[in-house]
Design a protein around this ligand. Structure first.
Ligand SMILES: *Cc1c(COP(=O)(O)O)cnc(C)c1O
Length: 421
């Protein structure tokens, strides 16, 4: 039943876009003559998904171990999320932020509850991760540490990825992403990753904020060393700088907890969320903790047309409900642990990092891009954030049996990748 052909002529969308009988190669030719080349050539043309599986235009099946880059928290085409989105869209789809809607308010309350936010904490909704970080950047620009004197410096880390719009790009470290677009919003400095002494040296009363990812995803799944978040909390508090955590990739159950920073025992001043929040539907959020932080952005100082619309907030409510009611966080911890310990035992794997179902592992040679290709040939979607690093960020509902099919296949995939070099 789960073939690509079944998609066609069964859904209204097939009346708009005829997919039956068109090969992937044909779509890719049309893609390259109509879409901007910023992503390179897409690896496959995908036409359908169900749970942790997807199918391409040529009918080939894949186990999706990337989950749309940590987005499809409940897998593809989750029936509950789909029905909630559909019913909200059929009731009220968009209202603008001159108005509000019950789903928007309920989701804000839910996020505050899940993050253990104190009184006075608030939420601002966006459509993406980079927009959540833009809002956080503007929040930082308003922070004077109580002094009333403007602060312009912001500290981020080497290896940081915070998004591609100009403010978030200023926070992002990678030169290849930044340089063509300079000048970027000023004042951001990047200091060595995970180095408390470097943070001590860089921080003073001119710093408005410190931006950190608890685990750097794009840098190859690199967790901050133990104690770093606590040190950053102490140092930022001492000078009146905001501690802002980018949990766009690590939040919403990805590490087996609602927030990856949960166990650190510290409370940041703000957290940004996106990727997994809508279960595949675009939505992001800036959550500010406490009155002092929440009031930094005053009426009229920020806005969005689409952000927090009824459909996106309904999708997120459905996703959070499903994660809670189906005990998904326990599954993340269990299957993640299983994958990490099994991967560590595979010859050719030199290091395994990460938490829950955000996993990075290194190979003994620079074959990671070839592993991605060999994985696709074998029916597995994985990602290579570096020349010898593979990242897995599958749906949070991945089963142990599904994980085992990948573990069983991996030695042959690695060999095929080496042979292809
Ligand atoms: C993906 C990501 C972003 C950017 O999110 P977009 O939705 O692509 O704009 C920001 N920060 C982190 C940590 C991310 O992983």
């Amino acid at each position: 039943m789960n073939t690509a052909e079944n998609l066609d002529h069964r859904t209204p969308v097939a009346e708009l876009v005829e997919t039956k009988g068109h090969a992937g190669s044909e779509w890719l030719a049309r893609y390259s003559s109509s879409l901007m080349g910023v992503f390179g050539t897409p690896q496959r043309v995908l036409v359908r998904g169900a749970g942790c599986l997807v199918w391409d235009a040529d009918g080939k099946e894949y186990l999706d171990l990337l989950g749309g880059i940590a987005v499809n928290a409940l897998g593809h085409a989750n029936p509950f999320v789909t029905s909630v989105i559909s019913s909200q869209l059929a009731t009220l789809g968009h209202v603008s932020n001159f108005f509000t809607s019950p789903t928007q308010i309920a989701l804000a309350e839910k996020l505050l509850a899940l993050t253990g936010a104190p009184d006075g904490s608030k939420v601002f909704f966006t459509n993406s991760g980079t927009e959540a970080n833009e809002a956080a950047f503007k929040l930082a620009r308003r922070n004077t540490g109580g002094s009333g004197t403007k602060r312009t410096r912001i500290i981020a880390l080497e290896g940081a990825f915070h998004g591609r719009t100009m403010g978030a790009l200023a926070l992002t470290a990678k030169e290849a992403y930044r340089t063509p677009f300079e000048p970027l919003p000023g004042g951001v400095v990047h200091i060595p990753f995970g180095d408390v002494e470097a943070l001590k040296d860089a921080i003073d009363e001119t710093v408005a904020a410190v931006f950190l990812e608890p685990i750097q995803g794009e840098a190859g799944v690199r967790p901050l060393p133990p104690g770093y978040l606590q040190a950053a909390r102490e140092l930022t508090a001492r000078v009146g700088a905001l501690l802002i955590l980018d949990e766009v990739q690590t939040g919403i159950g990805r590490t087996g907890k609602w927030l990856a920073s949960e166990d650190s025992g510290i409370r940041p001043d703000a957290v940004t969320l996106a990727k997994g929040l809508g279960g595949g539907f675009p939505i992001g959020a800036l959550v500010t903790f406490g009155d002092a932080t929440s009031s930094l952005l005053a009426a009229g100082q920020h806005g969005t047309t689409f952000g927090g619309n009824p459909v996106a907030t309904a999708a997120a409510l459905a996703t959070l409900h499903a994660i809670e009611s189906q005990d998904v966080l326990a599954n993340v911890a269990r299957v993640g642990e299983h994958l990490r310990s099994a991967l560590a035992a595979i010859p050719g794997v030199t290091e395994v990092r990460g938490e829950g179902l955000l996993i990075g592992f290194d190979l003994e040679a620079d074959v990671a891009p070839a592993v991605v290709q060999a994985g696709l040939d074998a029916g597995f979607i994985v990602n290579s954030p570096g020349p010898r690093t593979i990242r897995l960020a599958p749906p949070l509902v991945l089963t142990t049996a599904q994980a085992d099919t990948f573990l069983d296949a991996f030695p042959a995939i690695l060999q095929a990748a080496k042979d292809a070099q």
